[in-house]
Design a protein around this ligand. Structure first.
Ligand code: ADP
Length: 622
């Protein structure tokens, strides 16, 4: 899983911005920590440096003070005073020379000598040596002039004779008549530097010219802190202060000032750097202090390495901590966002749920109201249907009663005649039998049998009419029923050479009825058509069927003489027939109309415009 996936950051720009912001924050905090840490370190270092300065200055001062009053004590010595009054007295010279030699040895100083008020050396501790100062004119030395003018003089310089660097302390030798001369004590630098054997950082003393005269770093001796101009160099040549030493620059370059005389500097690396217990080049904090009673300055260089290291370490720790905090913040933020998303999703879900519930409640209310309405409508319909059925039943009943009435009249009419004939015939037959006329009696009995058969025919048809509603309605392809009815009449059709022409759609023509009863109706219609066309040259029956809305329409047309006006008026009347007795009963169309009516349809008969009778069946579609 990448960081982006883990943090669920969808937009790459957002990730870049986030990482950049974190990097910037880390950099800023690291930098700030570094700077603050450095400032604090420098402040601490400044205090330590200041202590060191005070310490080194004090120890140096102690060394110098040790010799400070030394030259003036020489002016108390009678032999010195006498010598300066009588400088050409060899005895006195020898005495003072010996005295100075002894004192020099005891004090551990480099040399002690006495000059007259013209600057000429008259006695010296090094009188035995061939390069002794005796007889030399050192009036050019500043310590001589200073002592003559102010009573004392201090001077750092390099000896003109032996090129030995040293600290010259001078004091005017006076008596009641004025200044007789100057007594000088030269102290070796090593002696002063002894106090610095344990220093931890580079330390130096520079004179008023910025020349390093004392230092814990041997390499730095007789280098300059300040660049020397030509005028100063010429002056040095004149006073031979540094006895023509090269006086190279120490190479101190200021980086910044810190206040309280402290500054950050960079000390250049020297060509032949000695092995040193502390760094002698690089970055330092430089702190200076003027040494009281001298024109010198004491300077301490504290290396910045420790502060730099500490600041770098702290900055690194701060950077790592910030990085961790950033990651933590990102994770917390991501978690918070995740929780917020979850909460939002849960709220959205709850809202959707509430909305759904509200809609369900609304729909339920609608549905129950619609349901109530529907129930009311259903109840209303049921009521209406019941009342319709009651009306229908009443009508059917009335219709049936009418048919029964008609039938009863017909039956009574049809049966009364044969019954009367039967009574007459049976009475006659009895008489003929009594007379022994068996032939006539047999003829009568045959006649009676014919009459009974005819009566049986009538009751048979009535029976069929009575059982008309026994079949169950179903989906019936009218084309098949027609084909079946035609097949049943096949013999008659062939005998009469009648052509059957059908016109049906290709798809099933399904009606909702009892197929056997429909077949019965068709057989009756086809039979009537064949009867009507009996004797014609080319009899033909056209049968066509089609859908008509929710109904199926079926037409059976013949090419016979058609229906007479009377027949049109009485077609469906029971026992109406134009056929001969024994051929037609006049019940076929009556029964057929009843069957079709039971299907919920109608049967009508009419004359075709082009001739022939046409019977039309309209029955419901399945
Ligand atoms: P039946 O066939 O026993 O006479 P029907 O009720 O079937 O009884 O027919 C009644 C009468 O209607 C017939 O006698 C006939 O006069 C007339 N009729 C029926 N069909 C036709 C027809 N296709 N052409 C002419 N007359 C017809």
């Amino acid at each position: 899983m990448t960081l982006r996936q883990h943090l669920q950051i969808r937009h790459p720009l957002r990730l870049t911005a986030l990482v950049s912001a974190c990097a910037l924050l880390i950099a800023m905090i690291a930098f700030a920590t570094y700077r603050i840490s450095q400032q604090m370190g420098l402040a601490e270092m400044q205090i330590t440096g200041r202590h060191r300065l005070d310490l080194y200055a004090a120890s140096l001062e102690r060394e110098i003070v040790k010799y400070a009053y030394f030259p003036s004590t020489l002016g108390l010595e009678q032999s010195v005073l006498q010598l300066l009054t009588h400088p050409n007295d060899p005895k006195l010279v020898a005495k003072v020379n010996s005295f100075l030699e002894q004192v020099n040895e005891r004090a551990g100083t480099l040399s002690i000598y006495v000059m007259d008020n013209k600057g000429q050396v008259h006695a010296s501790s090094n009188w035995r040596r061939p390069d002794s100062f005796i007889g030399e004119d050192l009036s050019f030395r500043s310590y001589f002039r200073d002592a003559m003018e102010t009573g004392t003089g201090r001077f750092f310089g390099i000896g003109t004779t032996r090129s030995e660097p040293g600290y010259y302390l001078s004091s005017a030798v006076e008596n009641r008549n004025g200044t007789l001369g100057v007594a000088i004590v030269k102290v070796s630098l090593e002696q002063l530097e002894k106090s610095w054997t344990t220093v931890e950082t580079p330390v130096l003393v520079s004179d008023e010219n910025g020349v390093v005269i004392l230092t814990s770093v041997p390499d730095w001796k007789f280098t300059t802190l300040l660049p020397l101009d030509d005028r100063t160099r010429t002056a040095f040549d004149r006073t031979q202060q540094y006895n023509r030493r090269a006086l190279q620059s120490l190479g101190v370059r200021e980086i910044s000032r810190l206040g309280n005389g402290a500054r950050l500097v960079n000390v250049a690396r020297h060509k032949q750097e000695l092995v040193s217990p502390y760094p002698v080049s690089g970055r330092f904090m430089e702190q200076s202090l003027p040494l009281p009673g001298t024109k010198w300055s004491l300077t301490v260089f504290t290396p910045l390495d420790a502060v730099d290291d500490m600041s770098t370490t702290r900055a690194a720790v701060a950077a790592v901590s910030t990085l961790l905090l950033c990651i933590l913040a990102l994770l917390v933020n991501q978690r918070r966002r995740h929780l917020r998303d979850l909460l939002a999703a849960s709220q959205a879900l709850q809202k959707a749920h509430d909305e759904l519930e509200r809609k369900v409640a609304e729909r339920t209310a609608d549905l129950s109201s619609a349901n109530r309405q529907l129930q009311e409508e259903v109840v209303e319909r049921v009521r209406a249907e019941r009342s319709l059925r009651a009306t229908q039943d009443g009508l059917i009943q009335a219709g049936k009663l009418a048919v029964i009435g008609q039938l009863s009249t017909g039956i009574a009419h049809e049966l009364n005649q044969p019954l009367a004939a039967l009574r007459t015939l049976s009475g006659n037959t009895m008489r003929f039998l009594e007379r022994g006329d068996a032939t006539t009696a047999r003829s009568n009995l045959e006649r009676i049998a014919q009459i009974v058969d005819r009566m049986g025919q009538i009751t048979g048809q009535l029976k069929a009419f009575a059982h008309k509603s026994s079949g169950r309605p179903q989906a019936v392809d009218v084309r098949q029923v027609v084909a079946h009815a035609v097949a049943l009449l096949d013999q008659r059709l062939k005998t009469s050479a009648t052509e059957i022409r059908t016109d049906f759609p290709d798809s099933p023509l399904e009606a909702w009825c009892d197929p056997n009863r429909l077949e019965q109706v068709l057989i009756n219609l086809l039979g009537n058509a064949l009867d009507a066309m009996a004797g014609l040259a080319s009899p033909r029956i056209d049968i066509n069927g089609c859908e008509e809305g929710m109904m199926i329409r079926l037409e059976v047309r013949d090419h016979g003489p058609g229906l007479s006006d009377e027949a049109l008026a009485r077609l469906f009347e029971p026992f109406y027939t134009t056929k001969e007795v024994g051929v037609g009963l006049g019940l076929g169309l009556t029964i057929s109309a009843g069957i079709v009516s039971d299907f919920g349809g109608t049967l009508t008969g009419d004359n075709h415009p082009d001739g022939g009778a046409c019977f039309t069946l309209v029955i419901p579609k399945s």
